[in-house]
Design a protein around this ligand. Sequence first.
Ligand SMILES: Cc1cc2nc3c(=O)[nH]c(=O)nc-3n(C[C@H](O)[C@H](O)[C@H](O)COP(=O)(O)O)c2cc1C
Length: 208
Amino acid sequence: MAKVLLLNGSPRPNGCTAAALREMISVFEAEGIETELIQVGNKDIRGCVACGSCGKTGKCVFDDLVNEVARKFESADGLVIGSPVYYASPNGTILSFLDRLFYSTRFSKHMKTGAAVVSARRGGNTATFDVLNKYFSISGMPIATSTYWNQVHGFTAEDVRKDLEGLQTMRNLARNMSFMIRSFAEAKDKYGLPEVEHGSFTSFPDGK
Ligand SMILES: Cc1cc2nc3c(=O)[nH]c(=O)nc-3n(C[C@H](O)[C@H](O)[C@H](O)COP(=O)(O)O)c2cc1C
């Protein structure tokens, strides 16, 4: 059975972002896709200290929720990142979490489907959306899209439940993501994954 992990970057487990993610979960369940919603934003998650330990061990030196989710991410087919908008950016906790999750893990994320979902009261949504999508776009993860920006509006979950277009966008996003996950699974069987080249790592003109 295919599985999607959903990360809630909000400190509020039952807030606006949770309402958006739960709308997606109802569709995944109808589509026969297993889900796990992981509450990140209320945890004490520190940022990456660039120690380089993960380069040797394949896991973060701080053994917390990041390493726990990494094991689940390795076997998942899709990842949804949800965040409230804080000062026109993702919430700081989810950024610390994602920096460490993506930087410390060496397993292939190639063709796992990604989607970013944001919740704002008024503005800063698309800037937040851009930041979150970048984790997928440098990891070989195709990004699922919907019928409009993947966002809901509100200050409380009750507000979000009145944002009918936002909820519709979430349902369409989950349907598209389900389709992509099923299609990639079939294509992997039929064609195998595309070749990936590694080895070059150039930062300076002399290539060192
Ligand atoms: C520190 C902080 C900064 C915020 N900055 C913004 C902002 O820049 N734009 C905005 O529309 N809402 C902002 N908000 C409001 C939340 O993004 C909004 O209420 C969101 O829907 C809350 O989602 P949640 O219930 O899942 O936490 C901010 C809230 C907090 C606590």
